[in-house]
Write a protein that binds this ligand. Structure first.
Ligand code: IMP
Length: 181
């Protein structure tokens, strides 16, 4: 395990090791299984960053559930006034009447999660909660704080375990924090 890494032009230092990450995941799986006993659950991992977290977490959830990977895309609307329009892509089943758990690698400002929730609400899910591996409470500006949090972290840039810096670092088993010179 490397103590420091360089990605592009920046140096990062080891922040959360593989063992600590797996402990957070075990805790989250336990909380989810308790909270949703006998409920119809659908997990919605938000791509790209959540792929590794979602994979490890769902293996620890010992019950039947649906999983649908989603992505938020933003495109230019076709009228002059519409500006940019958000769209949820990848969801190929209805969430009506289901208990939705949005899986995020990290909740920072909370804007992404707010968008996903507002796009889902038209389909009338029974409930929507957010489960995130990492949460930066001091950066959060959103309307929907995560109910399930693996670990709260300080407001510094991190990479690894799915999280990237300009598409580098996603494959790391550990989480590294930007080193300030
Ligand atoms: P939001 O600000 O909560 O909407 O975060 C949106 C997205 O920004 C997250 O899903 C991540 O992909 C990315 N992000 C936020 N903070 C970090 C970070 O520290 N490292 C890498 N990506 C981040």
């Amino acid at each position: 395990m490397r103590k420091e890494i360089i990605l592009h032009d920046k140096t990062f230092k080891l922040y959360i090791d593989e063992y600590e990450i797996q402990k957070c995941i075990d805790k989250l799986a336990f909380e989810l299984m308790n909270y949703y006993t006998n409920k119809q659950v659908i997990l919605l991992p938000v791509l790209n960053g959540s792929f590794m977290f979602a994979s490890d977490l769902m293996k620890q959830i010992i019950r039947d559930l649906e999983v649908s990977f989603v992505k938020v895309s933003s495109y230019k609307g076709n009228t002059q006034t519409s500006g940019r329009v958000d769209e949820l892509i990848g969801l190929n089943t209805s969430v009506q009447g289901k208990h939705v758990v949005i899986l995020e690698d990290i909740v920072d400002t909370g804007i992404t999660v707010d968008k996903v929730i507002s796009l889902l609400s038209t389909d009338n899910p029974a409930s929507v909660e957010v489960c995130t591996l990492l949460f930066k409470p001091t950066a959060f500006l959103g309307k929907n704080p995560p109910r399930f949090v693996g670990r709260a972290i300080e407001n510094k840039f991190v990479v690894g375990y799915g999280l990237d810096y300009n598409e580098m670092g996603r494959n790391l088993k550990e989480i590294y924090q930007l080193k300030e010179e």
